[in-house]
Write a protein that binds this ligand. Structure first.
Ligand code: ADP
Ligand code: MG
Length: 693
């Protein structure tokens, strides 16, 4: 980058561009077809227009005391009878006032809106076009608009990148993907993505570069996978008598999907390489039971099994559940959370329940002082507490548990088998990106006889009706959840909000006994509250989203959620999964506040329309964009500059296949022709790490 003047280089550094490659992969955010401008708009339009015109006059006015309004009247260059000038308008935009003067030619881009007798583009993007030597670079072509920052306007960026491409003209550019994936020359693609000849060449170039980006990402995934497979693991399967006894004691049969998942896990447990499997499925599909079944297999083989939950409440819930199911099998179950540590002791009568199968000279039995099953919060990991012989770790993930922590678990001695569960279903299009290094089991079937949930979105003004509805059901013997949004994360305010909400609802529902539940209540107290609700003593639970996970009370068939628009769709779906668990028809009422934007309020309709968690997850993803879920620190994946894992998922699939094939044929990347991929891998990993720190 030596030929770039130092001040420019400093500016580039400030936006994170320090290399030629960084500059060349600073892709345009959009393109303007400046071979053929739009006609001047004559009215409103939701679509932005891109027009070119001459500045006829400018005016600067003070409004409301200190505010400034800067108007630029633009005329169409080859004006025809019908063409009307338009107004470009800026408020308090000092830098624009200094730049634009009468007589200039401007290209502007923005949404037109009729205001009185004129059409106004408010705060449009603009570029001053000068008739200089450079004009051919900026005009009469499909012009790239690069992301701009102070001092680095799109025009400056365009010029810089043009120069870089000119410099490159002589040096050959090596492709970073196998030709079999896409044989387009990288040099050509880079030129075309910045200065496309036409839409077709642009599409072809973009495809190549997206594949390159995805391939780099999938190389990391494939490398990790190859590493894992070569790691020494142990077989954690001997027999399934314990599991069979658990299943026989259940009041219901397993679903086909559960059986299939257990079969997949069992094969992994038996294999010598460490398991890395993702178990996902809709809320209520019975993931916990699959996890427990797997844990029993590991225990029977003489190992310990641990389950890590994202929250304390959930850890305790699992603990009580496991205790109830496992004590009769003669197993020791322990709970470890920041606040609590509890060990059950198995009844002596069943002490020898875990036996070595004759002929299996496996490992020594676990000492009596050691629990067979450990349940805890994710902190378990860091303490490394209590496992002398961890064979299987189940991570109840809830999106809060990143790839990096998973890696950490594996780094503690011999790799245990790992099963990751997600709280919500993940769209297929994303599992490849997010959990690319895992095998996947999907529970795509709900247990039979699940009650139906009717969901309705209502304006907050309808609250009195909703209260009436709630009261009727409570009087008929049912129970309800009321979820209020967490207003502030700080402890003090949270307690205050909770108190206010609680008082409000107590009054609404009097004389029905209500209870309050939120994240800051002490664990013992929480248990007591939950027990009372489970027992039917308390009729309504006023709670924050702590009830999102954990709770399972079949008699509770109503949920009312206030300010529902503040929650994500997947989260709401997860919440309402707490009802519809008994034989009564269930109702979920989503109240939206009057302040909610029409758009956000509209998204809630999706929940009325479908109860398919996969569909909702997909919709959620489209609404929020993958960024949220792909949050790089979370996922430990390199950032994407060009590709969209959703829209381009077919390219992701191709890139993934190519990366995995490469590692299959050359696991150490030793062949000379694969040395470039070794470099790509190192570069991508570096990028990944810089994202995390
Ligand atoms: P999730 O997949 O959302 O974690 P859970 O594991 O909490 O779901 O299961 C939800 C409820 O369904 C629990 O009460 C569990 O006992 C019950 N359940 C699990 N499997 C079945 C089944 N095959 N038939 C009926 N009920 C089941
Ligand atoms: Mg669960």
């Amino acid at each position: 980058m030596d030929w770039i003047p130092v001040p420019r280089r400093r500016q580039l550094e400030r936006v994170g561009i320090t290399t030629i490659d960084g500059l060349l992969t600073h892709f345009p955010k959009r393109y303007e077809d400046r071979t053929r401008f739009d006609h001047f708009p004559t009215g409103d339009s939701e679509e932005p227009v891109c027009v070119c015109g001459i500045v006829k006059k400018t005016s600067l006015r003070r409004i409301r005391g200190w505010q400034k309004m800067f108007d630029v009247i633009l005329e169409e260059e080859e004006a025809h009878a019908l063409s009307q000038p338009i107004t470009c308008r800026w408020f308090n935009a000092h830098w624009v006032e200094k730049m634009i003067v009468t007589g200039q030619r401007l290209v502007v881009y923005g949404k037109p809106k009729r205001s009185g007798s004129s059409v106004v583009l408010a705060h449009p993007e603009f570029e001053i076009v000068e008739n200089d030597a450079e004009v051919s670079l900026h005009l009469n072509r499909l012009t790239p608009i690069h992301r701009a920052t102070e001092g680095l306007s799109p025009r400056v960026m365009r010029r810089l990148i043009w120069d870089v491409l000119e410099h490159m003209e002589k040096t050959p550019v090596e492709s970073l993907i196998p030709d079999s994936l896409d044989a387009t020359p990288r040099g050509w693609a880079l030129r075309q993505v910045h200065f496309p000849d036409n839409q077709e060449t642009l599409a072809k170039a973009r495809r190549h570069l997206v594949l390159t980006e995805f391939f780099g990402m999938q190389l990391c995934v494939a490398a990790k996978r190859a590493e894992q497979t070569s790691q020494p693991g142990a077989s954690h399967f001997v027999a399934d008598t314990l599991m069979q006894r658990l299943h026989a004691a259940l009041p219901f049969p397993l679903t086909g999907a559960q059986q299939r998942a257990i079969g997949e896990i069992r094969a992994d447990l038996a294999a010598l390489r460490p398991m890395n499997r993702l178990l996902h499925g809709d809320v209520g599909s019975g993931k916990t039971l699959v996890a427990l079944s797997a844990m029993l297999l590991a225990v029977e083989a003489g190992y310990q099994a641990a389950l890590m939950a994202p929250t304390q409440i959930l850890a305790e819930q699992h603990y009580l559940n496991f205790l109830r199911l496992c004590e009769p099998l003669g197993l020791r179950v322990s709970l470890r959370t920041g606040a609590r540590r509890e060990d059950s002791s198995a009844l002596p009568l069943f002490e020898n329940a875990v036996q070595r199968v004759p002929g299996n000279d496996g490992i020594d039995p676990l000492p009596d002082s050691e629990p067979h099953i450990l349940v805890g919060t994710h902190a378990l990991l860091y303490e490394g507490a209590g496992f002398t012989r961890l064979g299987l770790a189940v991570i109840d993930e809830q999106h809060k548990f990143g790839v990096l922590q998973r890696a950490r678990l594996r780094n503690q001695g011999v790799a245990p088998d790992v099963l990751v569960m997600t709280a919500t279903p993940i769209p297929r299009t994303l599992t490849m990106t997010l959990y690319g290094d895992l095998d996947v089991s999907t529970l795509d079937e709900l247990p039979a006889h699940r009650g139906k949930i009717v969901t309705g979105v209502r304006d907050a003004a309808k609250l009195p009706d909703a209260v009436k509805f709630l009261r009727e059901h409570l009087e008929a013997g049912r129970q309800a959840y009321v979820v209020y949004p967490l207003i502030d994360e700080s402890e003090k305010l949270e307690a205050k909000a909770a108190a206010t909400e609680f008082a409000k609802w107590q009054e609404f529902l009097a004389p029905m006994p209500c209870a309050l539940l939120h994240g800051r209540i002490a664990p013992e107290e929480k248990d007591a509250i939950m027990e009372k609700f489970r027992g039917g003593e308390t009729k309504a639970l006023i709670a924050t989203t702590v009830i999102e996970v954990g709770i399972d009370v079949p008699n509770a068939n109503i949920m009312l959620i206030e300010n529902a628009e503040r929650f994500g769709l997947a989260q709401l779906h997860q919440l309402r999964g707490r009802i519809g668990r008994g034989q009564h028809k269930s109702y979920c009422i989503l109240l939206r506040s009057p302040k909610a934007e029409a758009e956000t309020a509209e998204k809630l309709r999706i929940l009325e329309a479908t109860s398919d968690g996969f569909e909702i997850a997909e919709a959620d993803l489209k609404l929020r964009g993958p960024g949220d879920i792909l949050g790089t620190a979370q996922s430990g994946l390199p950032p994407l500059k060009l590709g969209d894992p959703l829209a381009d998922h077919e390219l992701m699939r191709l890139a993934r296949n190519a990366a995995f094939l490469l590692f299959e044929r050359d696991p150490q990347l030793e062949r000379p022709e694969n040395q470039r991929f070794r470099r790509v891998l190192a570069e991508t990993r570096k990028l990944m790490l810089s994202q995390v720190s």
